[in-house]
Design a protein around this ligand. Structure first.
Ligand code: GLU
Length: 284
């Protein structure tokens, strides 16, 4: 994997939406945060399309997000990286983890996992109980050859031990001690999406030379996994700034289902880009 130089000199930020719906005010806040930090520091701002999930991502949402961000007054470097065209990069990273003996095939369905007796929960839902972790190799191979669907999981205990103690730098929290085991054995690939969010984001931030990852605080727990993957794969360590999430008038966080808060509905209702930037929390 080619390393982009992370000299610490120029700040490189990014906004990395998944095109599964129209952008709303929460996205605008995230995008403006990243864009303004780059512009104020005379750094670089990148836009990345996180479209690895063919069942949820749609081309019309990609076209719409370019239009909405430009309307809002943002500009970004070209070409825009689209994850769906870079599966080779993620495969390479998976191969390296496999060669380190940190991956195993898991044949459990989501239902199997939810039904597992007293499955404790982690930040991403029920913790995987480890059913397939120690399947004999010949059994795992035979089941794969028989065409049984499987996911590739990271053996988190082994991976954490191999990586040793880790930290990451978070703007509000300072040095955070990595606690990656809280996730259990995360899925890094499935048949329908040959790489997971965690792996793609980590590989891309490295390949694109991102020095400051800005994103919502809902993704703070994921940073623990990302830091672990960086350490295992020898990738650059960016700094992190997780911002608070915008909420509606009832205090509920904004989501793609909130049609009234989409940038297009606000635009159609006659709001100007300046007004929408203010609604997204940026007055100047
Ligand atoms: N694609 C993710 C999302 O839309 C964001 C990923 C990230 O910023 O790390 O929620």
């Amino acid at each position: 994997m080619t390393a982009s130089k992370n000299t610490g000199a120029a700040i490189v930020t990014r906004f990395a939406p998944s095109p599964t719906g129209y952008l709303h005010l929460g996205h605008a806040h995230s995008a403006l945060d990243a864009w303004r930090r780059a512009r104020h520091a005379h750094g670089r701002f990148l836009l990345r399309i996180e479209d690895i999930d063919p069942t949820r991502c749609r081309p019309e949402f990609v076209a719409a997000l370019f239009e909405d961000l430009a309307w809002l007054g943002l500009d970004w470097e070209l070409p825009v990286r689209r994850q769906s065209t870079h599966f080779d990069d993620y495969r390479l990273a998976l191969d390296r983890l496999r060669a380190m003996d940190l991956l195993y095939p898991c044949f459990c369905s989501r239902k199997d996992i939810a039904a597992a007796a007293a499955a404790p929960h982690g930040p991403d839902g029920p913790l995987y109980p480890g059913t397939c972790r120690h399947l004999p190799t010949e059994v795992a191979v035979a089941r794969q050859q028989a065409g049984e669907p499987f996911a590739l999981r990271l053996d988190i205990a082994r991976a954490s031990e191999m990586a040793g103690p880790l930290t990451f730098e978070e703007e509000r929290l300072g040095r955070v001690i990595v606690a990656s085991r809280q996730f259990g054995d995360v899925v890094l690939a499935r048949r329908e999406t040959p790489s997971s969010y965690h792996l793609c984001v980590t590989v891309d931030d490295h390949l694109q030379g991102v020095t400051l990852v800005t994103r919502g605080e809902d993704l703070l727990p994921a940073t623990h996994i990302h830091r672990l993957l960086q350490a295992l794969l020898g990738l650059n360590e960016p700094r992190y700034a997780h911002h608070r999430l915008l909420t509606d008038s009832t205090g509920r966080r904004l989501a793609k289902r909130d049609a009234a808060a989409t940038l297009r509905s606000l635009r159609e209702a006659g709001q100007s880009p300046t007004e929408v930037r203010a609604l997204a929390g940026f007055l100047d």
